[in-house]
Design a protein around this ligand. Sequence first.
Ligand code: ADP
Length: 422
Amino acid sequence: MKNTLHVEVLLKTETSANIANLEVAVLLELRNIKPIIPETIHNTFSSAELTHFVKQIQVCEIENALDDENQSFFNETENQILDLDTYTIKVYFFKLDDSGLADDATSEDNTCKMRRCILPNVDFCGIWDSLIFQEPVKEILMHYALTGMNFARHNVDTNIISYNRLILLHGPPGTGKTSICKALAQKLSIRLSKHYKFFEFIEINSHNLLSKYFSESGTLVMSMFQKIREVLEYGDSLVFILIDEVESLTRARESVLSGTEPSDSIRVVNAVLTQLDNLRKYSNVIFLTTSNVTEAIDTAFTDRADIKMLINPPQELAIYTIFKAAIDELIRVELIVNVNESDKFDRLPVGKEFTNSATQQLFEISKESVGLSGRVLKKLTFIAHSIYIRAPQCNGIDEFLSALLKAVRYQKRQDDSINKVK
Ligand code: ADP
């Protein structure tokens, strides 16, 4: 059996193309791209038809026919130059909705209960590729969700085979849990476009829910879920519901039981859980839930989740990739100048000798950065520039790497002093 190469084609919003013809043109174009490498984006084409209709072609991941269960995200296949004849090529066409994730406009009162948007959405563009995990987190989640939806489309009896289409991601704050939920929803809306007419993303923050609806004893929660039901019943849709920080619900319940909080809040919590259970009968919904604390997650969620995944802060290889992407961007926009060809970072510093000192230095800095969250790591090149470069442009890679190392140490000192105060 051949391996599969997935290719995503972003169409220009203003055009309406004949997809069958366009697919032929895309397959021809792929043969003109030399060399063809996974995880690359192309936006200039030799075909006039593609130039007219298409914004970008992204050659995505390779899916191995016989997947090794221990396969890491950091495998060497991504460095391969592909021979297209040896792959089954799957092409997905999509357009981006540009209205963005916004407060629910249908809400009559001023209190905002949820945020929603149509998928694929411009706000979620690029998140999937920007998230780097050492373990194959993204791949596992995507295959899990695709399987869940496949079972649902085949009406598999959930009394015989249990699956709830509920994913629970837990781990320290800033490790990319919310981002991966958004990215997964976007990815699936592209990959499942042949099966559903439209896709919607709804975000509910448990923490906000409790603080706003405390005194209202659950009635507003009911009306919010009524709206979600209307979306689920409206035509051939697939709806993603993200419930962030579910630990707030558990905490509220515990506080009520221990008498430190008014009992109104338990009505809100119970209303949320009952409503969620009611929604589970719909086969066109996927619940994505996150928690910043592992211990305090309500069994209401842990019992229902099909996948509970711990998301850890990035380790050195993931950190290297995050830093490399940031520095490459600064070079691209010429905020770092005078970069020699010989200073180009290796894609990954593994499996061979370092090809240059820049790669080696960046890998050393990455090792020293272990323990910092993804959120912090993404800011560090900015901190390095603002505190340790202090000039419009940085002169050469060595100067930038030395600023980056200082920024890492600065950040670790900051984190230590915050932890001491705590
Ligand atoms: P969480 O929900 O776990 O608190 P978020 O999804 O809000 O984390 O992530 C905060 C920021 O940190 C986002 O901009 C995200 O892109 C970035 N980030 C976190 N983890 C990673 C990672 N593993 N790779 C790349 N970026 C990350």
